[in-house]
Ligand binder design. Structure first.
Ligand code: NAD
Length: 316
């Protein structure tokens, strides 16, 4: 049932539904070991092979917990982690920290290599450093066999494109840029990737946060969410509308992203078997065009609203 797409020009074939592991670090709510492990094991059994984590999520907790849950299953998955972001406002894109940081990540993940190493939230760094120091250091780690491929992640599409136009990357991950509330990734990042050959042979883009980091769920946005109130309200209107039509808003939101051919995988945050099950259902469901029209109407006043992230010079 699971579909796999080749990630850009790499040899990685990743599931269209990816396991976002930030919730394993308790960034949305407190989780229990048994439910976390059950979520990971069930996901692997069901063919979800793409796992994305970072030392930042739960300040190393998510990596350590994912490493524990993947014990004995490492070779079944495509494992992506990140470097450069180590706290809410703790960034260090220096070669020294990137190199030492990966060693720590590998220990926590209980492996001696990752499939994809990504510079995390690059809009918080200076373009020159990311281009001239961070990414070359990551390429050296690739040459040493510690990372099979390298990529960048972030919120500012302008910044991601500026970096990727200056130095070759194997993948680009953007978040909260393609879902029911926003689709600007398709207007700028997708044509850019095509033009610059990111993804020749496959699809070089990864789409994260199909639920707009929890906004399109019954629980709603976590306290730290940066979106303006009007966007949060629109998320709750989508939830109410879907409920009234007898469907689950998270499933609808995920299906919308799975239908997007411009991304190799959609990463949804997971920490419970129940959510894995429900999200797998999205692979099979169809959303009525009428419901999508109604959602578009509700969203229209805040469609494509973004927020500032990172250094001012990198906004966009
Ligand atoms: P998301 O939009 O996937 O929302 C996650 C929240 O939705 C969690 O609270 C989760 O428990 C809940 N959820 C998941 N499935 C649900 C369902 N069926 N019903 C109800 N609630 C459900 O946001 P996210 O977790 O921030 O993004 C997904 C992943 O993408 C992250 O875990 C991370 O791996 C990656 N990501 C990367 C970056 C970056 O690199 N800068 C940024 C954001 C996300």
């Amino acid at each position: 049932m699971m579909e796999y797409r080749r990630l850009g020009g790499t040899e990685l074939k990743i599931s269209v539904l990816g396991f976002g592991a930030s919730p394993l670090g308790d960034v949305f709510r407190k989780t229990e070991p048994a439910e976390r492990n059950a979520a990971v094991h069930f996901a692997v059994d069901q063919g979800i092979n793409f796992f994305d984590v970072s030392p930042y999520y739960g300040l190393t907790l998510a990596e350590a917990r994912l490493g524990e849950a993947l014990e004995g299953r490492r070779e079944k998955v495509v494992l992506a982690t990140k470097c450069g972001r180590y706290g809410g406002s703790e960034f260090d894109f220096s070669a020294k920290t990137i190199t030492a940081g990966l060693e720590e990540s590998l220990k926590r993940l209980r492996t001696d290599y990752v499939d994809l190493l990504q510079a995390h939230d690059v809009e918080f760094g200076h373009v020159q450093q990311v281009v001239e120091e961070t990414l070359p250091a990551m390429r050296r780690l690739q040459e040493q066999g510690k990372a099979r491929y390298i990529g960048i992640t972030g919120y500012s599409l302008k910044n991601l494109m500026e970096i990727a136009s200056k130095v070759k990357v194997d993948s680009i991950l953007s978040y909260c840029r393609y879902n029911l509330l926003i689709t600007d990734m398709d207007r700028s990042l997708a044509p850019f990737a095509k033009k610059h050959g990111i993804g020749v042979g496959g699809i070089g883009l990864i789409n994260a946060s199909p639920l707009h980091m929890g906004i399109i769920t019954e629980r709603g946005a976590p306290e730290w969410h940066p979106a303006p109130q009007a966007v949060r309200d629109a998320g709750q209107k989508i939830v109410a509308l879907c409920k009234a039509r007898g469907v689950d808003a998270a499933e609808v939101a995920l299906r919308f992203c799975l239908d997007y051919a411009g991304a190799a995988s959609t990463l949804v945050g997971l920490s419970s078997r129940g959510h894995v099950e429900r999200n797998l259902k999205a692979l099979e469901m169809k959303v009525e065009p009428e419901l999508l029209r109604e959602i578009a109407e509700v969203v229209a006043p805040v469609k494509d609203v973004t927020w500032a992230s990172g250094l001012e010079e990198n906004y966009g």
